[in-house]
Design a binder for this molecule. Structure first.
Ligand code: SF4
Ligand code: SF4
Length: 90
């Protein structure tokens, strides 16, 4: 699975940056074409849901998606998903 932020929906409120236990969302620095500073993803492959959703066949964690007021966060299938060992940092 691959974590994505829909830039056409995100309003840059940064609620997602406050809730992720792995600090995968970090505050962005550049304005996009809508004048919004969208968060940047830092090694999103560390996300619980990215790593384990297919294994458990259900959504895991998902707090960022729940708190996002604009439904801008989602996961898509990642066909190139490398099967690599992920070192978890807290
Ligand atoms: S699902 Fe959980 S671990 Fe994954 S990015 Fe969202 S808050 Fe972080
Ligand atoms: S919580 Fe949603 S709208 Fe707010 S910055 Fe994150 S992705 Fe954008």
């Amino acid at each position: 699975m691959k974590l994505i932020i829909d830039e056409t929906r995100c309003k840059g409120c940064n609620l997602c940056t406050t809730v992720c236990p792995y600090s995968i969302f970090t505050e962005g620095k550049k304005l996009n074409e809508r004048g919004i500073v969208v968060p940047v993803l830092d090694r999103p492959q560390r996300c619980t849901n990215c790593r384990l959703r297919n294994l458990y066949n259900r959504q895991l964690c998902g707090v960022c998606q729940l708190i996002c007021p604009d439904q801008a966060i989602s996961w898509i299938e990642d066909k190139d998903d490398p099967k690599v060992r992920v070192v978890i940092e807290y």
